[in-house]
Write a protein that binds this ligand. Structure first.
Ligand code: HEM
Length: 388
């Protein structure tokens, strides 16, 4: 376990010595040919092609969808609260909001409503099967078996979405989701990374994105809600900024330009993820003898785990590290801003999270709408700090 910032970063940035080591079941569940298992140059080349899915132009399309889906869910939350005002656990509710948002951002209306519900429900089986330790065989009743069934049903829908997107774009429709945007980019004669993607390949990319969306991003959002609820003074500051940026017009969709102006909210999201990082560590494996320090060489084949928590809670960089202080990100001379290498929430190096802008924007938009729509209270229970 590499707990210092220096060693954690060294592992993440040494692709010739170490590669991510996904749990044994991952290839069975996410399919061995999925791009997430590529390494070295092949990985770099494939990933370069996917960067186009998170450009500012693409984020502009996603922003509208995220806004609309959040409002749809909040209307349902309000309806449910009107019937039963007692405190409710937020975990699965927020996860479903995230899953719905991501499915619509990625697939738009190329899948029907029942598909979004089915994928969302079944994807939970995929999450459960990707625990670090799990029974390794896919026999009926095991977590891996259930996850494979879930993946098969998700892939059928996602391949249909890719097929429908291709038809829509060929007919000259406006791009309305990630798949559409991807196809339009590929069809652009000036685009350098031109190549054909089958429906199956596109579906696998979306499948990999969905994993991160419903897992890490849901944790990030839930902690975000918890932090807002536990800090009324921060909630008040977020509201004050919303009032200023949106001029009190809370019914119109939030634009990308308005999002850019929400500097306090963005600082809050960054700080919330620092205090409670959804990903605490990522297992890597030494692909050959790895001379990580003058006096230590990691043997080939060993697992080496860069840990993120201590870098994110280093008191030298983040004074009072356990405290949620969004303002530390608003001072350009603060330890937080002058030591960007410590901020390992998204990892580092060639496998650094590809969804960072999308995930940050999604969490911020959901919280922007929630903070101006609801008063949020935390009914603390013995389970409030339990992590499932
Ligand atoms: C709060 C939300 C999220 C957090 C904290 C997070 C964090 C991470 C971390 C720590 C890694 C590993 C980086 C490394 O090995 O250096 C990673 C990889 C990855 N993330 Fe995220 N992630 C989040 C959301 C997302 C979303 C929404 C997507 C999809 C759009 C996404 C897609 C990916 C992919 C595809 C990889 C693998 C990249 C590669 O191997 O090249 N993540 N993420």
């Amino acid at each position: 376990m590499a707990s210092t910032n220096e060693y954690a970063r060294k592992i993440l940035n040494s692709p010739t010595y170490a590669e991510p080591c996904l749990v044994y079941s991952a290839k069975k569940v996410l399919l061995p040919e999925n791009w997430v298992f590529l390494t070295g140059k092949e990985h770099v080349d494939y990933r370069r092609g996917l960067n186009t899915l998170f450009t500012r132009k693409a984020l502009g399309i996603y922003c509208n969808i995220q806004d609309a889906i959040a409002r749809k869910h909040f209307a349902k939350w309000r309806e449910a609260a009107a019937k039963d005002p007692s405190p409710q656990p937020i975990m699965m509710t927020a996860r479903y909001l995230n899953m719905d948002t991501s499915l619509r951002v990625f697939c738009g209306n190329h899948i029907p409503e029942e598909a979004a519900i089915e994928i969302s429900d079944k994807y939970w089986d995929i999450t459960k099967a990707l625990e670090l330790v799990n029974f390794p065989f896919a026999i009926p009743g095991t977590k891996i078996y259930k996850a494979i069934q879930a993946r098969k049903s998700a892939m059928n829908w996602l391949e249909l979405a890719a097929k429908n997107a291709k038809i829509a774009m060929a007919q000259g429709a406006e791009p309305e989701c990630l798949l559409d945007h991807w196809l339009v980019t590929l069809a652009d004669p000036s685009y350098k990374g031109k190549r054909e993607f089958t429906d199956h390949e596109m579906a696998m990319v979306v499948l990999s994105f969905l994993f991160a969306s419903q897992d890490a991003m849901s944790s990030g959002l839930i902690y975000g809600f918890q932090h807002v609820a536990d800090h009324p003074e921060i909630h008040a500051k977020i509201r004050e900024e919303q009032e200023r940026v949106r001029h009190g017009d809370y019914d119109s969709p939030i634009t990308l330009e308005q999002y850019d102006q929400m500097t306090y909210l963005q600082a809050f999201v960054k700080e919330s993820l620092r205090v409670k990082p959804p990903v605490l560590m990522v297992p890597y494996k030494a692909t050959k003898a790895f001379p990580i320090a003058d006096d230590y060489t990691v043997p080939s084949g060993s697992m080496v785990i860069p840990s993120f928590f201590l870098s994110l809670h280093d008191p030298e960089v983040y004074p009072e590290p356990e405290k949620l202080i969004p303002d530390r990100w608003l001072d350009p001379n603060s330890g937080a801003n002058t030591n960007p290498k410590n901020y390992l929430v998204w990892g580092a190096g060639p496998h650094r999270c590809i969804g960072v802008e999308y995930a940050t924007m999604n969490m911020a938009l959901v919280l922007a709408i929630a903070c101006t729509t609801f008063n949020i209270e935390h009914d603390v229970t013995p389970l409030s700090s339990e992590i499932e």
